[in-house]
Write a new protein. Structure first.
Length: 183
């Protein structure tokens, strides 16, 4: 089933605020996987997320389990491995996705975030870094996320179709599911 979420890893993130750029479409504070928006280093050195919750929990913030649909996970693994020129089994931050680990049973879905994967998964950007929610006229939920994967996917298609002068940086863009984890 494609809408089943697979575990990618964990991050502890503080609620973010986009200072100097308020938006009636975005609640403040909000959740984001992007270091640009949270303002803190919360991932392991060289990777965008942690492989285990204990490592992520050492950082301040809400512990999030990061998930992807099967289809998005397969495409992400292919893109990152191609970028790094490695086999999937050798790409440490993708280990859980390669093993197709399910999301933790206790994780609570908060919504969906459009992210751009940079430098072979060393960091991620959010579509919110660009303020696209106002251009798209999308009111986000209380967490600053879209409520459905379909809505996030439609927004991603819209973003990827923007003219070059309005487009985000040319990195691999996908839809992630930050889930609050109580572990």
């Amino acid at each position: 089933m494609d809408d089943e979420l697979l575990l990618a890893g964990y991050l502890a993130v503080p609620r973010a605020e986009r200072e100097g750029c308020p938006s009636r479409w975005l609640p403040e504070p909000f959740i984001s996987l992007s270091r640009c928006l949270t303002g803190v280093e919360h991932g392991p050195e060289f990777w965008a997320w942690h492989g285990d919750p204990a490592a992520a929990a050492r950082f301040d913030g809400h512990l999030l389990a990061i998930g992807f649909t099967r289809r998005d996970a397969a495409a992400l693994v292919e893109a990152v491995c191609g970028d790094l020129h490695v086999e999937p089994a050798d790409a440490e931050p993708l280990a859980s996705l390669v093993r197709q680990e399910p999301m933790p049973a206790h994780a609570v879905l908060r919504g969906f975030e459009i992210i751009g994967v940079e430098f072979g998964l060393m960091s991620v950007h959010s579509w919110l870094c660009h303020g696209y929610e106002a251009d798209a006229g999308v009111r986000l939920n209380q967490w600053g996320l879209t409520d459905t994967h379909a809505q996030a996917s439609d927004l991603l298609a819209w973003i990827l179709g923007l003219p070059p002068e309005e487009a985000p940086e040319p990195v691999y863009w996908t839809v992630a599911e930050p889930l609050h984890s109580r572990s």
